[in-house]
Design a protein around this ligand. Structure first.
Ligand SMILES: [Zn+2]
Length: 108
């Protein structure tokens, strides 16, 4: 499951745990890398298409790309359920406070 911080123990002369030291999960270098990654995403990545702003912000790009569509069957199924609920005029309290998701059905 990936890296987990380790804990090392120090023992006294009777063999009892006298101290423990846990590795830091995010050291300074890792934090700097994550901050740099976020800055890169915030400044260089287009929030609309996920591409590089340098590429998708150039009008010449329009001639170079061919849009593709991939259906997400999870999103489609959720939308169908929302439509069904709406068509059935189901009343729900604070509907904007709900989030929709999906899970696998239990095997029969
Ligand atoms: Zn874009």
């Amino acid at each position: 499951m990936g890296w987990e911080p380790r804990t090392t123990f120090e023992y006294d002369s009777a063999g009892r745990v006298a101290a423990s030291l846990r590795e830091v999960e995010w050291d300074e270098e890792q934090r700097d890398l994550m901050v740099a990654l976020q800055e890169f995403r915030d400044t260089k990545i287009c929030p609309l298409c996920g591409g590089l702003k340098k590429f998708c912000g150039d009008s010449a790009t329009e001639r170079l790309i061919e849009p593709t569509v991939v259906r997400c069957y999870v999103a489609s199924r959720i939308e169908a359920e929302r439509d069904k609920e709406s068509a059935e005029n189901v009343k729900v309290q604070q509907p904007s406070g709900r989030t929709w998701g999906a899970r696998m059905k239990s095997p029969i």
